[in-house]
Design a protein around this ligand. Structure first.
Ligand SMILES: [Zn+2]
Ligand SMILES: [Zn+2]
Length: 449
């Protein structure tokens, strides 16, 4: 009588007349959106099925998607039920936001990525037998490789994509470093010299592997006792690895869990006394109108991982911008305040959820043909659309080339979902969006890279 499952369970073949309740838990989670064809959002499908069956749909979240919040508080198409307190036994931890620049002033010449405040917290927590979660939303060792000469300016970029390559280390052997493109998976050995001027290379930026190395150097007990696990898509080859790592942590066999956003979701371990966010700015630097929302959710989620046991938890958030709104609001656990200010911004720009956005991406190995197609699409959609709709572009995508294909985008911002569908329908009738292999249409995209 109950069907339980991940995203695709929303399509479970239950007769409409028997369907009485649909629950979408953690409804804000972007993994409800399927990013490959057929593109759909599990939450939207759930709501549609609920409408067809005339049954109740419950969307649950501590940090609702702004779309859902808007539907409940502004459009009145959903009812807001608030739980004023956390479940019994859970307390909200104290969150301290620290300025990375300020921290660096107090650590002399060392280039540690874990500043004095977080480091003191780690030492204290380990002495008190507590467990620690450390979050860094970037895998690899260093996120870009440049020439060490200040005047040269060479950066190691992927031959096939317009992105810098990320250094990864295999094992402890330093010479075993290789660099990889996160978009086409091309991998090459780390060059020892700049190909332009022959000087040495410098590694900049940070990744989970570099934090792992710093932890092992500064807290040798973690390395000796194998008391630390790194969890990211490099170290976790299968769901089995992932569950084993979480199992070790839940059972107290490991003291520190270091990882990407994979560890921010749903982990419920009472021994966690300290949560550290190594760099809260990785989500905010994305060229994406959802960047603030992502930052807020990331910090809120990871903050919710501590304070689940009897002892109070602490959270230390390292950032280059300690006055940033989503960071300070998340630190105060102020979702309503965040939603108010963020929705005001979105409304001013008519961005979702105040308006509806479709992103059309044209991919083409031939630059000029791709650009011409995107220009034609933008011009004709502007003709179809009329005054109430904005067409932005064509413009190169933030990542202008992936796997040898050039990428151009056109954004269509309409006042409502039905207007947007009408416009896209006309565009399809004119065969503007063909061939589908080269032209992708994404309504309310989760990622704008
Ligand atoms: Zn690449
Ligand atoms: Zn150079």
């Amino acid at each position: 009588d109950i069907v339980l499952g991940a995203r695709s369970a929303v399509f479970a073949p239950i007769p409409t007349e028997r369907l009485r309740l649909i629950v979408v838990d953690e409804e804000h989670d972007s993994s409800y959106k399927q990013e490959t064809v057929p593109r759909y959002h599990g939450r939207d499908v759930a709501i549609r099925r609920g409408q067809l069956a005339g049954c109740t749909v419950v969307l649950g979240s501590a940090t609702p998607a702004l779309e859902s919040w808007w539907n409940a508080t502004r459009r009145g198409v959903a009812t807001l039920h608030q739980l004023p307190e956390r479940a019994p036994g859970l307390s909200l931890p104290a969150v301290r936001v620290v300025d990375i620049t300020e921290e660096r002033r107090h650590q002399g010449r060392s280039n540690h990525l874990i500043g004095p405040t977080l480091a003191a917290g780690i030492t204290q927590c380990l002495q008190a037998d507590g467990q620690i979660l450390l979050l860094l939303n970037r895998r690899g060792f260093s996120s870009y490789i440049t020439c060490s000469s200040r005047t040269c300016g060479w950066v190691l970029r992927c031959d096939h994509c317009d992105v810098s390559m990320v250094e990864h280390r295999s094992g402890a052997v330093r010479s075993g470093s290789f660099v990889r493109c996160h978009h086409c998976e091309t991998a090459i050995r780390l060059p020892s010299q700049c190909p332009d001027c022959g000087k040495g290379v410098a590694r900049l930026g940070l990744g989970t592997q570099r934090i792992e190395e710093e932890l092992q150097e500064r807290w040798p007990v973690l390395a000796e006792a194998a008391a630390m696990h790194r969890v990211d898509s490099d170290s976790m080859r299968s769901m089995h690895d992932f569950h084993a790592a979480l199992g070790d942590f839940a059972a107290g066999r490991t003291r520190v869990l270091l990882g990407t956003q994979m560890i921010a979701k749903g982990l419920d371990v009472p021994g966690v006394r300290l949560v550290g966010v190594i760099n809260a700015d990785t989500a905010a630097s994305m060229p994406d109108f959802r960047a603030s929302e992502r930052t807020f959710q990331l910090i809120s989620q990871v903050t919710g991982r501590c304070g689940r046991g009897s002892a109070a938890g602490r959270v230390v958030v390292q950032t280059l911008d300690p006055t940033s709104r989503p960071i300070t609001q998340a630190a105060r656990h102020d979702y309503a305040g965040f939603a108010r200010s963020e929705l005001a911004d979105r409304e001013a720009l008519r961005l979702p959820p105040a308006g509806r956005l479709a992103r059309i991406v044209v991919r083409d190995p031939k630059h000029d043909r791709g650009e011409a197609d995107a220009t034609r699409i933008a011009t004709q959609i502007a003709e179809i659309a009329g005054q109430d709709t904005r067409v932005r572009g064509p413009a190169p995508c933030p990542i202008a080339r992936i796997a040898d294909s050039f990428r151009f985008q056109v954004e269509v911002i309409a006042p409502s979902a039905s207007r947007l569908q009408t416009i896209l329908g006309h565009a399809k009738d004119r065969l503007l969006l063909e061939p589908a292999a080269r032209i992708a249409v994404d309504v309310d995209p989760q990622s704008l890279l």
